[in-house]
Design a protein around this ligand. Sequence first.
Ligand SMILES: *Cc1c(COP(=O)(O)O)cnc(C)c1O
Length: 429
Amino acid sequence: MIIQEDLAFDQSNIWHPYTSLTNPLPTYPVESASGVRLKLADGTELIDGMSSWWTAIHGYNVPELNEAASDQLSKMSHVMFGGITHEPAIKLCQKLVEITPEGLEKVFLADSGSVSVEVAMKMAIQYQHAKGNAGKSKFMTIRNGYHGDTTGAMSVCDPDGGMHHLFAEFLPKHFFVNQPKKRFEEKYVDEELGQLEQFFRLNSDKCAAFILEPIVQGAGGMWFYSPDYLKKIRQLCDEHDMLLIADEIATGFGRTGKLFACEHAAITPDIMCVGKALTGGYMTLAATLTTQHVAETICNGEAGVFMHGPTFMGNPLACAIANKSLERLLSSNWQDRILAIEKQLKRELLPLGNALNVKDVRVLGAIGVVEMKEPVDVPKAQKFFVENGVWIRPFRNLIYIMPPYVIISADLGKLTATIGEYVVGEKVR
Ligand SMILES: *Cc1c(COP(=O)(O)O)cnc(C)c1O
């Protein structure tokens, strides 16, 4: 049981994501979670609007996933992947090859999203090196992107949001283009794409790859952009002998209404990262997929191998749960579910766009975003949401939800209504 002293220790000694230990923000002790509800230590139940950061697509405490975990535990929790293989990893990689865009055939299992991004970047570097393009050792990316918190990944995150000046001597420098302006629903006209062409002409000789989040920029600002832009980047990468890395860690496994966001633009990247929802939110696991051509080139290069191999690579427990999670997802009517969530989010959130303190409201698939004009007072908003029985965690000026796919209409309605109450009452509180 958690007592007051434990919570005091938590505040003073344990770092939570992006927090201070001298000026800590409140944390809420969760005791258990089931379906779409988190249960706090004091018995309060909260409807989950976050899917624990894109992951818990089936909700929590899912009997089938629990069973897959305990079955695997009774066989083995972990064995090394060097010189050993096992069914959970093989089945998972077969499935990933089958469901990801055509041409992605070779799989590297990584232990977190950030690691899968490091792996993708190293693949691109080894690929260009093997082709004799050793000068192509930098990356292009989009401002306001987010690719993880490890050093390589961080170096391609938004330079301001990621505080690159603070790490200036440490981080490699890359090439940033402005965020695409056109919204998801909009078509592109030439002007902005012309700037993109110019950017490639100037910098492509120094760049191994373009890394981006397809269609949805997540933690860098929750922005949904036009598929035309993604198509153009694909074309420019081909013209300039650069690889395209699609970071589908947030968007993968149905969240945007397609199984993978690249499908909105009908493109295949050369390298693709998946993570987050891969195990249905049960465990950390990610994967980096690439093509026959890239894999072959890397393996014919100087090193003769791909230079990466984490201790917990291919963890059988995580793979077994991922297999069950994917089976559950793919055998469900997920497309109808996402469409229904999208319709309801549009109906219930878009009217908030009229509020004076709201800058923009946008919805894509099972993602709803209310962008405020001013930064949200997060502890205050969080308290309001908890008191009203929902779990929603804003950041900066964004109040956003991406609920488990299994959420029923009444629970989703409670999430959107509570956001509405917060927005309308913000000035009063
Ligand atoms: C969350 C996220 C990552 C990092 O994944 P971790 O598992 O937190 O390391 C990378 N890219 C995108 C797009 C993400 O949303």
